[in-house]
Design a protein around this ligand. Structure first.
Ligand code: SF4
Length: 360
């Protein structure tokens, strides 16, 4: 055990120098890497949670254009914030960003320590380390899935990376080998993540041929790298059937707000019910809402995959008369565009724009 621990430490202690040289020469040019301002670094880190870099770039630029400072974000109307986040998913991230922005403004600026950052809403161990190091040059490790994979392969670690004890041990091991010069600290975590994202990749074989750590990587030398890291297999996603109503009335469509808690909390949606209804079932449901179906427009199937659940949707666009329940909001084409409708309903959103355009 002691022997293995020493081996792990020895391997990781060889990492910083070639990793930093490789990063300085080969890293992707990403906008949040050009700043030491904690605000844009924080925004990028939150957006990048569970989301690919390519998907984040446009959102990041639009977000900072709309809210260029933490004060502007703190003061933003929630509807505008959610609209800007529309399609990025995991909407609680946006709400937590604003909660944290309000606290930062109240406190007169960003906390500059790992512990201070960790106390803000939506900032966990990884994000606190990432901001503390990149913005403030604090010697704090930031270990995400990329870094866990790189370390597991480098050290031929067979522990389950979903196990908190293994994560903690990896964080401590990375922390121990972090560089000391401020300029190196600021990029070290980014460099380890970059290696995982672009060379020691999660899907497909690791790119050992272009890896700065190849010479001393135990996983490569022992031929185990492609099978690492060990992790608990994901649970199968739950399947849910839904019927979505694109209710149209005199050039307007019905929206309603989702509940304040749970999946896609407080965002706008097209009215929907559990289960797959046929036209007769749909007509009955519309009548229960106090609406009279007048003409069927289209039937649209769609699927949306969340982390733990899949929605299989059958949708009907239908012209109705009547007002429906009090929580239905009837919006025209322009008003629809101002409401944050999550991308789970993208197919119906597009169809609504088309139908409302045709009704003008
Ligand atoms: Fe990953 Fe290969 Fe580099 Fe090892 S040598 S860290 S397995 S890319």
């Amino acid at each position: 055990m002691e022997q293995q621990k020493l081996t792990t430490e020895n391997i990781l202690s060889r990492l910083p120098q070639p990793l930093l040289a490789w990063y300085r020469a080969s890293a992707r040019d990403l906008p949040w890497r050009h700043t030491q301002d904690p605000y844009p670094i924080w925004v990028s880190e939150i957006m990048l949670q569970q989301t690919r870099v390519a998907a984040v770039l446009g959102y990041y630029a639009r977000f900072l254009e709309s809210f260029p400072t933490v004060e502007a974000l703190a003061a933003a109307p929630e509807e505008r914030l959610m609209k800007l986040w529309e399609g990025l998913g995991y909407y609680s991230r946006a709400r937590n960003l604003q909660k944290a922005a309000k606290l930062v403004v109240e406190q007169g600026g960003f906390p500059q320590t790992y512990q201070g950052l960790l106390a803000l809403p939506g900032i966990g161990d990884y994000t606190a380390g990432a901001i503390a190091s990149a913005a403030f040059g604090q010697r704090e490790a930031a270990v995400d899935g990329n870094v866990l994979r790189v370390v597991a392969r480098l050290t031929d670690c067979r522990g389950n990376i979903a196990d908190p004890a293994v994560k903690k041990a990896v964080r401590a091991a990375v922390q121990a080998v972090m560089p000391y010069a401020a300029a190196d600290i600021r990029i070290f975590n980014q460099a380890a993540m970059e290696l995982g994202a672009t060379v020691c990749v999660p899907n497909g074989p690791p790119g050992c041929g272009s890896c700065p750590a190849a010479e001393f990587c135990l996983g490569r030398l022992r031929g185990t790298a492609a099978k690492l890291p060990v992790k608990t297999p994901k649970k199968a996603r739950r399947r849910e059937e839904k019927t979505v109503f694109l209710l149209l009335k005199k050039g307007k469509a019905a929206l309603r707000r989702r509940p304040d808690t749970g999946l896609l909390a407080a965002l706008w949606e097209f009215p929907n019910v559990e289960g797959t209804l046929d036209e007769a079932g749909c007509a009955a449901a519309a009548e229960r809402w106090g609406l009279s179906p007048r003409a069927w427009k289209s039937r649209l199937a769609a699927k949306h995959i969340f982390t733990h659940v899949e929605w299989h949707m059958t949708g009907y666009a239908l012209e109705v008369s009547g007002d429906g329940p009090a929580d239905f909001l009837w919006v025209d084409r322009e008003e629809l565009k101002e409401h944050a409708v999550p991308s789970a309903f993208a197919r119906y959103y597009e169809e609504a724009l088309k139908q409302l355009e045709a009704a003008r």
